[in-house]
Write a protein that binds this ligand. Structure first.
Ligand SMILES: O=C(O)CCC(=O)C(=O)O
Ligand SMILES: [Fe+2]
Length: 262
């Protein structure tokens, strides 16, 4: 059966929508026009300019390291942790006079979850939220999962009850670049047997996944949340480029704050 019923479209987030996603009643939640499309365009133009000036290589180009890039390197981890407030402030500056999409997301999560929402901390330091990722023509994200405890052997990772991937789409590809989500979790036990083949839970072959998936063509302004334990991929961009503001949301239980990072 097609898993399309596992994509939920809502006007606003609330406890039930987030709870259903965490319990895999759904695999993805879309909030259309979460951030005004005109604001998206203005912000995307500024971000493209900045990233073009400082481009690096990789499956996508981004302004800061993702946490999984820094887990093995104390120096890089320090730089990552030092980037938190500058990153938030930069997004506010670039968005002005409109609200920052990251702040908008943080407030929406805080107001929709009984325990509220805050930034993830590591040894008392706040972790950055709101990495910007540019995906250019020809790039793609292979099927993968995002499971912090597989990357980082720390109580803060092991006590997570669930992890969501959250993206605000500021600009979307002309062709391709869809987000594909499978209603399928590769368990830690299954992953153990193949961790050396797919480091970082990245690059699963499609033939180990169900034939049917949820395929989402994001529109500028969309907020899309996925249960990051489900295998997911970004289809190859065949025309144009896309830019997202991206992060993760960790669940420690209904009465505790959600914890956000990138
Ligand atoms: O850019 C996207 O559509 C999804 C990126 C992703 O893999 C994630 O947010 O976990
Ligand atoms: Fe992901």
């Amino acid at each position: 059966m097609s898993p399309n019923h596992k994509l939920v479209t809502v006007d606003t987030l609330d406890e039930k929508v987030l709870g259903d996603l965490l319990s895999l009643e759904s695999v993805a939640v879309r909030v259309p026009e979460f951030y005004d499309a005109m604001y998206c365009k203005a912000l995307a133009d500024l971000l493209y300019q900045e990233i073009d000036d400082t481009a690096g290589a990789g499956i996508y180009e981004s302004n800061i390291d993702s946490f999984w890039n820094v887990t093995q390197d104390p120096g890089r981890r320090e730089r990552y942790l030092a980037s938190t407030l500058p990153l938030l402030n930069r997004m506010r500056r670039l968005s002005a006079p409109h609200p920052s999409p990251v702040d908008h997301l943080r407030v929406a999560l805080d107001e929709s979850w009984p325990g509220g929402s805050t930034l993830m901390t590591l040894n008392g330091s706040k972790m950055p939220l709101g990495i910007t990722r540019v995906w250019r023509t020809g790039s793609e994200g292979l099927p993968h999962q995002d499971v912090l405890r597989r990357e980082f052997d720390d109580p803060m990772a092991h006590s997570l009850l669930g992890q969501l991937g959250v993206n605000i789409y500021l600009d979307t590809a002309d062709e391709g670049g869809e987000l594909e989500v499978w209603d399928h979790v590769i368990s830690d036990e299954e992953y153990q047997g193949m961790a050396d083949k797919y480091p970082g839970s990245y690059g699963y072959p499609r033939d180990i996944l169900p034939e049917e998936s949820v395929l989402i063509s994001p529109e500028p302004g969309d907020l899309i949340l996925i249960n990051a334990a489900c295998a997911h991929a970004i289809r190859k961009i065949t025309a144009g480029r896309r830019i997202t503001v991206s992060g993760f949301v960790g669940n420690y239980g209904t009465d505790l704050p959600l914890r956000c990072w990138s």
